[in-house]
Design a protein around this ligand. Sequence first.
Ligand SMILES: CC(C)(COP(=O)(O)OP(=O)(O)OC[C@H]1O[C@@H](n2cnc3c(N)ncnc32)[C@H](O)[C@@H]1OP(=O)(O)O)[C@@H](O)C(=O)NCCC(=O)NCCS
Length: 185
Amino acid sequence: MAEPDIERLSQRHILTSRLQLVPFTANHITDTYIGWLNDPSVTRFSKHRSRSHDRASCEAFLKTFVGSDSFFWALELQDDSYRHFGNMVAYVDRPNSTANLTIMLGEEDLWGHGYGLEAWNGGMTFLLDEVGLRKVWAGTMATNAGMLKIMKNSGMISDGVRRREYMWEGKEVDLVYMATFRGQA
Ligand SMILES: CC(C)(COP(=O)(O)OP(=O)(O)OC[C@H]1O[C@@H](n2cnc3c(N)ncnc32)[C@H](O)[C@@H]1OP(=O)(O)O)[C@@H](O)C(=O)NCCC(=O)NCCS
């Protein structure tokens, strides 16, 4: 397969039936957005739970994508509001043709409406079919029921477990990996 044109692909708007995944820009760094990253219920299952964020840390994170092979998307509703309600990141490992896909929905009133799965499927299809990667994988705590469902419902298959990887809310928790492959039957 020909080398993907990452610069062009990173500018793509990925449309799903109700959402769009657009390149994350400095304009997305609002007080609301910074608030998500400091909200314990949003970061409950994330490594961000033990960090605090401000505008400078968000800008520094955005900068890490300049010139990289990875993708950082803002998730927006495709309605009159174009409300920014979450993010997705695909950390691409070009030599191995893989990506680690991650998602965070910051607006809690939009949880449980199928937006997470819809965005996930849109990102996964883009990475496999347009970027041409071989494998897309994800990892989550065994206690993150919503994320596990998204991984399974998107067709990902088991890709291993790191036992007792995290201390989470006073107990040892496994880190569960799942993956999907281009052309997977
Ligand atoms: C986890 C997250 C992405 C789920 O997104 P979402 O849009 O609410 O999920 P969906 O509506 O697409 O739901 C997918 C499935 O998970 C279920 N689900 C969603 N949240 C759930 C929860 N907290 N507990 C149990 N099941 C849940 C839904 O009922 C649905 O199940 P179904 O297929 O049987 O109908 C979102 O809640 C989130 O971003 N949370 C904070 C950040 C986070 O945890 N990110 C993942 C870090 S690895």
